[in-house]
Design a protein around this ligand. Structure first.
Ligand code: UDP
Length: 414
């Protein structure tokens, strides 16, 4: 077994790895291409950075391509994102034209690779239209949607659906997100990588050095939310909840975030957050470069409670990351947070700043509860949300697509 597989075996268990190795045998040497729209920032890039090397270690021939476009392309695709998550966004024909042109240009650049691949995973709406321009496709194409599209704004979904329908399969993170499409749909929850810089154990001295470096008070309880500056993450709601908590319990709040190159709204939201936090010594708004994984790890470890008060959330890797570090999470009662945060068990689901404040105060007053919830949270991630489970499900999906209409897949003889 390779070094990387051994390392995962030590955390997930040898059986889990052996099972993956078995599943991957019929897929050895198969060409797999992942396509998304940013190499840094946001959950999709976070996952691909870890999934691609592990797939490679299992013998598949994997590449990860990033499409690129100009400013208006990202303006358009951010509009898609907001619309799929339920906002009534109207996207003008000029932006749509830029979306289509950008996909055509990227398809030209990637034509050979995409046409020859055995499996192409296209992540989210940004590159969804690539498929239209690759008419001679050798392999199976899978549209992987990471967004909470349980209640999409219909006109935008109707437009995107023409492309999504061309795929051989689609993958959603939760059953609630699945849409009417003319092909098989798979439900696969995302995951975290326990061996990444974001999630490995850190020495206490390093955690302390990071919190000191950000000027945090070691004596004050610490609340942390890590997120892109995005309205769906509700940073203003977090500040409001924090203010309500602090009327009763002294504490401090970190809102740590950075941008993603495919998210043009980040700066405006950051401005709003800085305004809302101005004059407050106990609110620390940290704008971090994209490679700050150990620092984020340290902040999550230093936290007494982790918050993810999203109003819409495809999954919320930050929730998993916190749970893996044994933290209770106060999370928005929405999308993927619902399958991670179990009320009174791994944290609390909330809808309003008032609700969040109430649960945070409860947790700050009950240290034993925080510890118990944190232990259960970690166990839940180990059992459900590690990269190894995620990859196993992708392997099974590829096998089932490869198998076509056959009703048996033999993984024993390869
Ligand atoms: N993240 C980061 N730096 C930041 C903000 C977020 O590294 O400044 C990471 C975070 O730790 C998580 C991912 O980006 O791994 C965000 O994924 P999530 O599913 O929570 O949200 P998304 O941004 O995809 O909506």
């Amino acid at each position: 077994m390779s070094k990387i597989l051994n390392a995962y075996a030590s955390i997930a268990g040898e059986d889990v790895i052996n099972y993956m190795v078995q599943l991957s045998k019929p897929l050895a040497g198969k060409k797999v291409v992942h396509v998304n729209s940013t190499r840094e920032g946001g959950g999709v890039a976070e996952i691909l950075h870890k999934l691609v090397p592990l797939m490679t270690a299992l013998g598949l021939d994997v590449t990860w391509e990033v499409i690129s476009g100009r400013e208006d392309f990202y303006k358009c695709t951010k509009g898609f994102h907001n619309a799929l998550q339920g906002h009534r966004v109207s996207i003008g024909s000029a932006l749509i034209e830029i979306y289509e042109d950008t996909n055509r240009e990227n398809a030209e650049r990637l034509r050979q690779l995409l046409a020859d691949a055995d499996f192409v995973f296209v992540h989210d709406p940004q590159p969804a239209a690539l498929i239209r321009h690759i008419s001679k496709r050798k392999g199976k194409w899978i549209w992987r949607c990471h967004i909470d599209c349980s209640r999409p704004h219909r006109p935008v979904w109707k437009y995107l659906r023409q492309y999504c329908s061309m795929y051989d399969a689609s993958v959603f993170s939760l059953p609630d997100f699945a849409q009417k499409l003319p092909h098989p749909q798979y439900i696969i929850a995302p995951s975290i990588d326990p061996l990444s810089e974001k999630n490995i154990e850190l020495p206490v001295e390093e955690v302390r050095a990071v919190t000191d470096g950000f000027g945090l008070d070691p004596e004050l309880p610490l609340l942390v939310q890590v997120s892109r500056f995005d309205r769906f993450k509700d940073p203003l709601g977090v500040i409001e909840a924090f203010r309500q908590v602090r009327r009763h319990v002294p504490c401090q709040l970190v809102l740590a975030g950075g941008g993603a190159s495919d998210d043009p709204e980040g700066e405006a939201v950051l401005e709003e957050v800085l305004m809302a936090a101005s004059g407050e010594d106990d609110i620390h708004v940290l704008v971090l470069p994209p490679d700050s994984h150990r620092k984020i790890n340290a902040l999550q470890r230093a936290a007494d409670i982790v918050i993810q008060k999203s109003t819409k959330e495809g999954f919320g890797l930050t929730v998993c990351e916190a749970m893996w570090k044994g933290k209770p999470v106060v999370g928005g009662d929405t999308g993927g947070i619902r399958i991670q945060v179990i009320d009174h068990y791994t944290g609390f689901k909330v809808r309003t700043p008032e609700g969040a404040a109430l649960r945070i105060r409860y947790l700050l007053h009950h240290r034993e509860k925080r510890i118990d919830m944190g232990k259960r949270a970690k166990r839940m991630v180990r059992e459900n949300f590690l990269l190894t489970r995620h990859l196993r499900e992708y392997l099974a999906l590829m096998l089932s697509l490869m198998n076509g209409s056959g009703d048996r897949i033999d993984i024993s003889s390869s």
